[in-house]
Design a protein around this ligand. Sequence first.
Ligand SMILES: [Zn+2]
Length: 169
Amino acid sequence: MDKAYEILNQLNIEANDFFIANHGKLYLEAKLKIINNSIGTLCGRCDGSPFYCPLDGVIYISEQILNKLDKNRPIGLHLILAHELGHHIQNQNGKDYQMQIDMQKGKSRLASTKELELDADMIAGQLLSSLLTKKELDCCLEFYKSIKEDELHGTIEERMECFSMGAFL
Ligand SMILES: [Zn+2]
């Protein structure tokens, strides 16, 4: 449990530097809430899967998923938290607001969501590139292969490509 808070803390520090360098604005730290199974949030019900709520700036994740990750693929926690922090950055740099405007102009929800998700993967790569070794970053890439593919996030290949762009370029 403590490990998750520690990782998020490191990521917040990275995100602060990233944010100042890229946007010249003050960064508000994301918070982490570890839940038991599921919980109601300002953004609707969270079933325990990693989830970011832009209304309260909190990343939610269940204890059950944390334990599973810890046992099987501990590096996954870095990747998951960094991806969710990517959404937090989008919330602050206006990227998700821009998507709302694009949707009003007729861009499909699917295309908009996918763009935000892949952008979060790229930010995750950028944030982790200074926290992890090359070998650990490769493990993160491998971790993508264990994620179930869905339309909203893009294909696993696209996700790995975006992460790599952030992490290795
Ligand atoms: Zn996401």
